[in-house]
Write a protein that binds this ligand. Structure first.
Ligand code: ADP
Ligand code: MG
Ligand code: MG
Length: 255
């Protein structure tokens, strides 16, 4: 079993008016085979948490720890984090003109696995994963995310996860901008990878809708740069009904 442990994480970002603290003491532990939903209003720092775990250079950790099976993730370079088994599906996936999806996926798999996948096996693997995610095979030769619709980009993120087989995946608003059909396909892809692996998932979302498709063991309400409350799936139902008002009030008065 693996454990991803975030302890008292404080992160700041450089803005025009100087550094600004976005994460203000995040505590969170995810084990293998667990799915944790992180739910919070816009601007609460959810993507900052995702980027900080992945090692985005814009975000500076000023305090706290991220440990993967006790190993200090914050000491690792971005590619080392991927090799250690961490994966981030970005809220806004980047376009990479001139690099085909097929080449991109193979390079990424080579980098994370430490050796190039055998061609025949790899072709089969990619085809299978693309078909599971109902991605047209013609996409393999298209530039990464260039001109992709929102739904196509999200499918591509899940395709990467299925092929890179991380120990822990952070899925940042993988549901946003998806219609019901795309949401069903993307969720099916995530659930299939969950079923065939021991992956631990941090499912960041703004809406409760995706939790009807991907079940969460734990739900964390994220407000103002920290976890305001944690609970079981029933907490998502409460959010669906009442929104974040109760938590926003608490965050204001604890400032
Ligand atoms: P969420 O994903 O919950 O919507 P974000 O992590 O994207 O929240 O943003 C949290 C806060 O940090 C927001 O106020 C946002 O404007 C600010 N922020 C995040 N990244 C940057 C950045 N690169 N430069 C300036 N401000 C940022
Ligand atoms: Mg975000
Ligand atoms: Mg599993």
């Amino acid at each position: 079993m693996s454990t991803l442990e975030i302890r008292d994480l404080h992160v700041e970002v450089e803005t025009e008016s100087g550094p600004k603290e976005i994460l203000r003491g995040v505590d969170l532990t995810v084990n293998s085979n667990e799915t944790h939903a992180i739910m919070g209003p816009n601007g609460s720092g959810k993507s900052t948490l995702a980027y900080s775990i992945a090692g985005h250079p814009k975000y500076t950790v000023t305090q706290g720890q991220v440990l993967l099976d006790g190993e200090d993730v914050l000491e690792m370079a971005v590619d080392e984090r991927a090799r250690a088994g961490l994966f981030l599906a970005m809220q806004y996936p980047v376009e990479v003109p001139g690099v085909s999806m097929s080449n991109f996926l193979r390079s990424a798999a080579t980098a994370t696995r430490g050796e190039a996948p055998k061609v025949r096996h790899w072709v089969k693997e990619v085809k299978g994963a693309m078909s599971d995610l109902e991605i047209d095979p013609a996409f393999a030769e298209r530039s990464v995310n260039e001109g992709f619709s929102g739904g196509e980009k999200k499918r591509h993120e899940v395709l990467q996860m299925a092929l890179l087989k991380p120990k822990f995946a952070v899925l940042d608003e993988t549901d946003s901008g998806l219609d019901v059909d795309a949401l069903r396909v993307v969720s099916k892809g995530v659930n299939e990878y969950k079923a065939q692996s021991d992956v631990g998932i941090l499912l960041i979302t703004h809406y409760t809708r995706i939790l009807r498709y991907i079940s969460a063991d734990r739900v964390h309400v994220f407000v103002n740069g920290r976890v305001a409350e944690s609970g079981g799936p029933e907490l998502a139902d409460e959010l669906e009904e009442n929104g974040y008002v109760r938590f926003l009030g608490a965050a204001e008065s604890s400032k």
